[in-house]
Design a protein around this ligand. Structure first.
Ligand SMILES: Cc1cc2nc3c(=O)[nH]c(=O)nc-3n(C[C@H](O)[C@H](O)[C@H](O)COP(=O)(O)OP(=O)(O)OC[C@H]3O[C@@H](n4cnc5c(N)ncnc54)[C@H](O)[C@@H]3O)c2cc1C
Ligand SMILES: NC(=O)c1ccc[n+]([C@@H]2O[C@H](COP(=O)([O-])OP(=O)(O)OC[C@H]3O[C@@H](n4cnc5c(N)ncnc54)[C@H](O)[C@@H]3O)[C@@H](O)[C@H]2O)c1
Length: 488
């Protein structure tokens, strides 16, 4: 006989989205039950953002040692102890884990059940072990996503890696071949290259193809300079396991062809990998949730939600990666905030995807918020583009980080529609522009604040000032100055 629980809110999934809903709702005195079938903290903490950024930080230190001669210090080729790098990555996870732990959440008053949950009807969730049946006034599905594995012939015969397994390597891969040149592919390609691995990316279309090519080309040039082999526009025809399994237990040969115009296969080629990482996008975790029983509509992309994050069942919300939109930790957190407002205060708060920034943590970093130039040109009759290069920034010069620029898109009245930054600390610089876009601020406001010198963020203010570059030579302005002079 299972225990019957009645609660205000039942959250399924204790990742970035689910934890935020649980903590906020409990703080307002709601009864919350939180179900988690795996590790508390979900993808971001255990197999996503945190380990990838910790690995990138290690790789950054290795690269700094190679580049030290630029600063008058002898460059050295670093000796990388991959087991120690692995331990660093996992100690960072360990340092953050208490924030997401069962103990912390129980301390906040949340009832945590470490079991998978599934709907048995429109108002009931049961746990996989059959011990609990939960009836709630509202349900929040926050079950995230998993690596989507492409249907390539032979892939099932090789022990490929995904984000769930790559961070457990304790020996450096000799030749890492990455399938997919999106954010996961490029971040992990550069990190492994800097840590001394040979790295190849096989990408079906273009590297970072969702980004403005004017900016992504700066990142791509750097990846090539660092010795990463990029094959864009390829079709992987088949994969074979390595012949010598003792020498390369994870090895494989990947046969591919360059796709020509019209999608026709061109010249055939192959690459031999000691390790293969699949980074070809994500699949929403919707199976085994009993969504049919709950009357919740979904597709391959994920659970269908309205802008309020409500599903086709008015008691059930879906947030984060499983909702099939943008897949970022800050989006899951943003969704969580909307859902808490909508469940507790019936505010009908709606998602505004326009204000959501994104950052790819390569070196240089690539960050964006709002409309891209191409989107703005489609939507508005007149747009203005402002740019400022890192090469014209004193701090960037001092740090020898002159690759990159900021690009700001405004409408004809000067309202900021979007901003993109490629360069050192682009992810920090974009914060201010995310605020500017969310508040629909005018570029004039950015000329009027004082930016501390010397900082990289000054590139934004200089780009804004460039909007008024022709002001001193305007006859009207000259006349006003002469008139004021005449007055004494
Ligand atoms: C390598 C990598 C790097 C990334 N880097 C970044 C980054 O730098 N910045 C960024 O913003 N985003 C990044 N992301 C994306 C980010 O990790 C996700 O967008 C985020 O984790 C989504 O949060 P979520 O709450 O929707 O899902 P998750 O964090 O995945 O949480 C879902 C949880 O639900 C649990 N669950 C699933 N089904 C059930 C069930 N039936 N019952 C109970 N529990 C269940 C899962 O075990 C999991 O713990 C990265 C992703 C990857 C893979
Ligand atoms: N810094 C960050 O915020 C960050 C970092 C990593 C991941 N993420 C999130 O995780 C999500 C998933 O990242 P991702 O890089 O896996 O997905 P993605 O969808 O962004 O990129 C996948 C790439 O794989 C390519 N591809 C697909 N099938 C292929 C095939 N058969 N052969 C060769 N190439 C193929 C696609 O053309 C695409 O370029 C991202 O959309 C992002 O939201 C964010």
């Amino acid at each position: 006989m299972s225990e019957q629980i009645k609660t205000d809110i039942c959250v399924i999934g204790a990742g970035s989205g689910g934890l935020t809903v649980a903590a906020a709702a409990a703080a307002f005195g709601e009864d919350v039950v939180l179900l988690e079938k795996g590790q508390m903290g979900g993808d971001c903490l255990n197999t996503g953002c945190v380990p990838s950024k910790a690995l990138i930080a290690a790789a950054h230190h290795a690269e700094n040692m190679r580049q030290a001669n630029l600063f008058g210090i002898s460059s050295v080729e670093p000796r990388v102890d991959f087991q120690a790098v692995h331990d660093h990555v996992h100690s960072v996870i360990g340092a953050i884990a208490p924030n997401d732990s069962v103990e912390r959440f129980e301390g906040l008053g949340v009832r945590v059940i470490q079991q998978a949950g599934h709907f048995t009807d429109k108002r009931t969730v049961a746990t996989a072990d059959g011990q609990y049946e939960i009836k709630a006034r509202s349900f929040v599905i926050a079950t995230g996503s998993s690596a989507a594995v492409p249907p390539v012939e032979g892939i099932e015969r090789i022990p490929y890696f995904t984000n769930e397994t790559i961070f457990s390597l304790t020996k450096r891969p000799r030749h890492l071949v990455i399938i997919g040149g999106g954010p996961i592919g490029v971040e992990l390609a550069q990190a492994h290259r800097r840590l001394g691995a040979e790295v190849t990316i096989l990408e079906a279309y273009g590297i970072l193809s969702r980004e403005d090519p004017e900016l992504s080309s700066v990142v791509i040039d750097q990846l090539k300079r660092e010795g990463i082999t990029l094959h864009e526009g390829v079709t992987i025809d088949r994969i074979e396991p390595a012949e010598d399994k003792d020498a390369t237990p994870y090895g494989a040969t990947l046969h591919f062809s360059h796709t020509l115009d019209g999608g026709v296969a061109g010249d055939a080629d192959f690459v031999e990998a000691t390790h293969v990482l699949v980074a070809t996008g994500r699949r929403a975790n919707v199976s085994d949730l009993g969504l049919e029983a709950a009357g919740v509509s979904y597709s391959e992309r994920g659970i269908a939600v309205k802008p309020t994050m409500k599903t086709s069942n008015r008691r059930v919300y879906a947030i984060g990666d499983v909702a099939g939109g943008m897949q970022f930790t800050h989006v899951a957190g943003y969704h969580a905030g909307l859902v808490v407002r909508n469940i507790l205060f019936k505010l009908g708060a709606k998602e505004n995807t326009h204000i959501v920034p994104r950052v790819t943590f390569t070196a240089p970093e690539l960050a964006h918020v709002g409309y891209s130039e191409a989107e703005a040109r489609q939507k508005f009759r007149q747009v203005r583009i402002l740019r400022w290069p890192f090469g014209e920034n004193d701090r960037a010069q001092a740090e020898r980080e002159t690759a990159g620029f900021i690009k700001i898109i405004t409408n004809k009245k000067g309202v900021v529609l979007g901003a993109s930054v490629v360069g050192k600390n682009a992810g920090e610089i974009i914060n201010m522009w995310a605020l500017i876009v969310s508040q629909k601020m005018n570029i004039k406001a950015i000329t009027g604040y004082v930016s501390p010198y010397p900082t990289l963020s000054e590139v934004g203010r200089r780009a804004a000032i460039s909007a008024y570059a022709d002001l001193p030579s305007k006859p009207g302005i000259r006349k006003i100055i002469s008139f004021l002079k005449f007055l004494g």
